[in-house]
Design a protein around this ligand. Structure first.
Ligand code: M6R
Length: 606
């Protein structure tokens, strides 16, 4: 999704503006640009392509000035063209803006402005807004007054930053349903659509709420309510993310670096205070009905949790994809909706949480990004503390979410008397050993996963299969494979095969089986039955299984054997190795791994 940056400093800001949009690249975009006030007026340079490409083509580093705005655009209204890239200048060139979101009534406003003789350079909704500011300024001769006047006319979702040659001392911004954060520096201030825009320069930030605008100078910032125009006191957020974690650290891609971060991510998830887990477990315990909600990967994490709650606390909490939530859940007062979101900005999840809230439901969330909308809109939030996840596809953040939900299921199981204190303690011990275990596994098994990927990277059609909790593991792993390799990979419960999919089976169709430890007798038996169903029909069998499983070993054509691990954590181990498999397959296929085509890191539109 689009990224916004703005900097006002005593020193030239060119280099920092460039770095800030490079740090927002992970969000996914197709064009970018910068606007700076340089003593003569506003200069805009922009084009299609990546930050480095546009920097060199447009010589962005030759721009000068000590206040500027920049943008990475992911096309929504209007195609991927230089004209549609941001920033957008008003007709007379005295105002420039960057904008995230969608101005829903822009067509009408555009027609009016065209009727009045205005010629648009782009087909965007954004250019309409900047011209509304110019129009209002002609009446008011006051930049803030013009900005607010223009805001009155628009509807939709937006975060906007405005720069004007009439005011070299300030940047102006506003937030409505699209995130915007102010970073507080020494003699300089920053604006970003997320904290990665300025994390290198400051750890202090103020998060704008919907309906708030800010006037920002080098030394000060003033936040007010758009409707009442009253100044608001806001608390300062101290960001504890480590910038080193955002660097690739010698890895060729963020995806593999983030997979190798997983032992540390797991540790961080296990370090989240038990008090917070208890609070969430109590919310589940006290609610007449509770639902788990997420979308994409986080939906599959919720599905895994559904199995964990069922087996550890004998409770059924349905997992629902956020985009379908409102259509199927008649949520009512007192019920609980627990959302999972890495970015904390996903439109569908935010929307459904809002509806749940309006219906009087209690809400909770597991979120990674500090200061994000979802983290601030729920009754109880658990910050997963996984650090920045830069690759578009989620790996380490997903693992942390699953572990936090596992901890909650254990806590609830204990509270409900389904687990006695001995088994609760023994599960806690298993969890404590998990980071070290995956650290060893990642190192020992990466070569095997690499080889498996080499053997199979020409396969065009995959079916990923598992039983019980291994079913959502299969679904999530198939999504990972699709996202990063662009291959067809379909996840399903192993028991589904004979109800239709078996007709597809022939040698070229490969199945990847997530085989549980043999100690999980029922799950294991059911998985072996499905493996045999495919074997009999000549399909090619690939699988992950645990040591000592002679049945799986003898049936699978290509397999990776894993050391014995406790049943509780076995599905997580397989999920991590499947992430690696997707990565190495994509590497062989020379895909754009960290930014797969057509995808964005945080999907803030519906
Ligand atoms: O930021 P969120 O966790 O709310 O994002 C949800 C999905 O958009 C996200 O998990 C998506 O499916 C990723 N590309 C998964 O790798």
């Amino acid at each position: 999704m689009c990224g916004i940056s703005g900097i006002i400093d005593q020193k030239p800001v060119t280099r920092n503006l460039l770095t800030s949009i490079a740090n927002l690249e992970y969000r996914g975009y197709d064009s970018c640009g910068m606007a700076m006030l340089n003593g003569k007026g506003i200069e805009v340079r922009k084009n299609t392509g990546g930050v480095e490409e546009v920097r060199s083509r447009e010589k962005l580093d030759m721009m000068t000035g000590n206040l500027g705005i920049a943008h990475t655009r992911w096309a929504t209204h209007g195609g991927v063209t230089t004209e549609n890239a941001h920033p957008h200048l008003s007709q007379n060139g005295e105002f420039a803006i960057v904008h995230n979101g969608i101005i829903s009534n822009y067509q009408k406003l555009r027609e009016r402005l065209i009727g009045e003789g205005l010629e648009f350079r782009s087909t965007t909704d954004t250019e309409v807004f900047v011209n509304l500011v110019e129009e209002a300024f002609a009446q008011k001769n006051d930049v803030l007054g013009a900005f607010l006047e223009a805001l009155k006319q628009i509807q939709g979702t937006y975060s906007i930053v405005l720069l004007s040659s009439h005011d070299p001392e300030h940047l102006y911004c506003v937030k409505q349903d699209s995130p915007l954060i102010i970073g507080l520096g020494e003699g300089c201030n920053y604006i970003g659509s997320d904290i990665n825009a300025f994390l290198e320069h400051t750890r202090k930030a103020v998060v704008l709420d919907d309906g708030e605008f800010a006037v920002i100078s080098r030394e000060r910032y003033e936040i007010s309510d758009v409707g009442k125009r009253e100044e608001r006191e806001k608390s300062i957020l101290q960001i504890d993310w480590d910038t080193e974690t955002t660097k690739k650290g010698g890895f060729s891609h963020y995806m593999i670096k983030e997979i190798f971060d997983e032992p540390q991510t797991a540790r961080q998830a296990l370090d989240v205070p038990q008090e917070q887990i208890k609070q969430l477990a109590e919310m589940f315990q006290n609610a007449p009905h509770a639902y788990l909600m997420g979308v994409g990967t986080t939906f599959f994490i919720c599905q895994m949790a559904q199995y964990l709650f069922s087996s550890l606390s004998k409770k059924y909490f349905p997992a629902i994809s956020s985009d379908e939530f409102n259509g199927v859940v008649p949520v009512s007062s007192g019920e609980l909706v627990v959302a999972v979101s890495q970015s904390g900005e996903t439109f569908d999840t935010k929307f459904s949480l809002n509806v749940a809230h309006e219906m009087g439901a209690k809400t909770a969330a597991i979120v990674n990004v500090m200061g994000s909308s979802i983290s601030r809109m729920v009754d109880h939030v658990i910050m997963q503390g996984s650090g920045p996840e830069i690759c578009v596809v989620s790996t380490k953040a997903a693992l942390a979410q699953a572990l936090l939900l596992l901890r909650t299921a254990l806590e609830l199981g204990y509270k409900e008397g389904c687990l006695d204190s001995k088994s609760f303690q023994s599960h806690q011990k298993e969890l404590e050993s998990f980071p070290e275990l995956i650290s060893i596994l990642l190192n020992e098994k990466s070569g095997f996963m690499r080889n498996l990927a080499r053997i199979t990277s020409s396969v065009q059609n995959w079916i990923f299969l598992g039983c019980g909790i291994y079913y959502p593991v299969a679904m999530e792993s198939a999504l990972k494979m699709k996202e990063v390799t662009y291959l067809h990979a379909e996840g399903m419960p192993a028991g589904f095969l004979k109800h239709g999919t078996l007709s597809m089976i022939e040698e070229s169709v490969h199945s990847l089986f997530f085989v549980p430890p043999p100690a999980e007798v029922d799950l294991h038996n059911r998985t072996i039955i499905a493996i045999e169903e495919i074997k009999t029909r000549g399909g090619t069998l690939v699988g992950l299984y645990f040591e000592g499983d002679s049945q799986a070993k003898s049936l699978l054509d290509h397999a990776v054997e894993l050391p014995p691990v406790p049943s509780l954590i076995a599905p997580f181990v397989q999920m991590i190795l499947a992430q690696m498999f997707a990565y190495y397959t994509a590497l062989d296929l020379k895909r754009n791994i960290d930014k797969p085509r057509n995808l964005a890191k945080s999907v803030t539109v519906g």
